[in-house]
Design a binder for this molecule. Sequence first.
Ligand code: ZN
Length: 212
Amino acid sequence: MKFLEYINEAVIGTYIKNLKQDLHTALVKVPINSRGSMFYILNKYFDKDKINFKLSRKNKEGIEGYIDPETLKIDIEIGIVHVLFTEISMLVQHLSEVITHELIHRDQISKSNKKASLYKMSGNDTKAKAKEYLANKYEIMAYAAQTVLALRHEGFDDESIISMCKDPEAWYDRLLNSRAHIDIYLIDFFKATDPTAKKFKKYVVEYLEKQK
Ligand SMILES: [Zn+2]
């Protein structure tokens, strides 16, 4: 199955766009520091999509997503730092990136006969384990889409994204504080000639093409 078949612009692209708008409206109705209200609204809003939000117990600063391969339910864990200090528009952007990642997994699992073999990471995993996780085909695809979204949210146009893929070192300083995974895939964990790095670049370009 080709990557493009996993991503249906009409379904996911529009979904995320609308979602962003409505979620933003929903969120601004309550104070950002009232975390009970925020989670209440998120869960009420996303219940029909089988996406559940909760406060992360272990990760204070990140947003992490998980999908149950059996029920296809998605859990999004949000760190307390985000809940208390992140601007709503930033939070919505970051959430939509993580949700996109998990929706791609949902699509992969739904379309796969033998179920996409998703890789579970635990907090104490070594670099070798992390590398194995990142090299999983389904993760590369999900991270490629998440990366495109993150870079666009950070103000990069599609040409810059392609140029980053070609010469990531030249963009390294600007990628340092980015939510995108280009530096992880193309510099920190894999060499440019590594099959995983090549796949990542390919999926980023395919995702961009699909969105035109
Ligand atoms: Zn994943």
